[in-house]
Design a protein around this ligand. Sequence first.
Ligand code: FO1
Length: 315
Amino acid sequence: MSGPGPVVALAGGVGGAKLAVGLAEALPPGALTVIVNTADDLSLHGLHISPDLDTVMYNLAGLSDPEQGWGIAGDTTGALELLGRYGGPTWFRLGDRDMATHIRRTQRLSEGGRLTEVTAELCASLNISSRVLPMTDAPVATRVQTPEGELEFQDYFVARGTRPRVTGVRFQGAEAAEAAPEALAAIREAETIVFCPSNPIVSLGPILAIREISDLLENATAPRLAVSPIIGGAALRGPAAEMLQGLGHEVSALGVARIMRKYLDGFVLDDQDADLLPSLKSLGVAGRAAPTVMTDLTTKKALAEKVLDFARSLR
Ligand code: FO1
């Protein structure tokens, strides 16, 4: 039996990174390309920080903090503490080792490297055999509309702890942004496309807001599958449920499948949502139930194998 060929996964932060690890584990080395949201990027202390790229990168490198899912395991915060004494902002908790990534990225970008190239260099140094690609080399910024005004994403997410009610979301710069050519080529060559269990509004939303990426994904002939980030009407982590509700969507796996309908051939939901399978079918999307909670390498790989098996059945 032939293998799954090149696989493209689209991912945001922690949930996406976990499935990316499972896919990397389940696939031959080099078969996986992860296209990552960069609309959470921010500039702090003069550094270019790409949280979702780093979350995917650290998880694939086996460096990530297992509790938080982001940042580096065992990292210290001495630099941030001193920056605080100098009057710098400390609300975004950057670890010392993590800081090295941002320093290096910022330096290479200032030398004229594209974010795609710089990310490839960082990944090569961390011995990552999968490809990690930003969705674009251009600046795109998620702006969250709330009763407290329009907020930068990390202001909403970290500084305000996702407390403000979300009334709207926009992706500044997305219309003008060209997709990274490497990302477009990877989607064209993919024989399987996987939407990781990432927030459909602010993690996958920005990737899909890049016109060329959206068009390719909408018209792709390779099987396209998503894994639900919503289980039993709630997100395992992050504000996906509150956002879906605030924006008038049904807070369920089915609600997510409806939003993503035009990109989907198959949808994997958690075993506990198996009662939604008939409604998925009415939506015209093939459904499969599986254990989707990823707690360790075994469960990440098992879910990835289920997804790849499902893709094979749709080919
Ligand atoms: N998330 C937090 O909740 N608090 C933080 O202080 C924080 C710092 C941080 C630093 C580097 C990094 O790569 C990620 C960090 N994150 C933090 C996570 C990040 O905000 C989210 O993972 C995403 O942007 C949402 O996908």
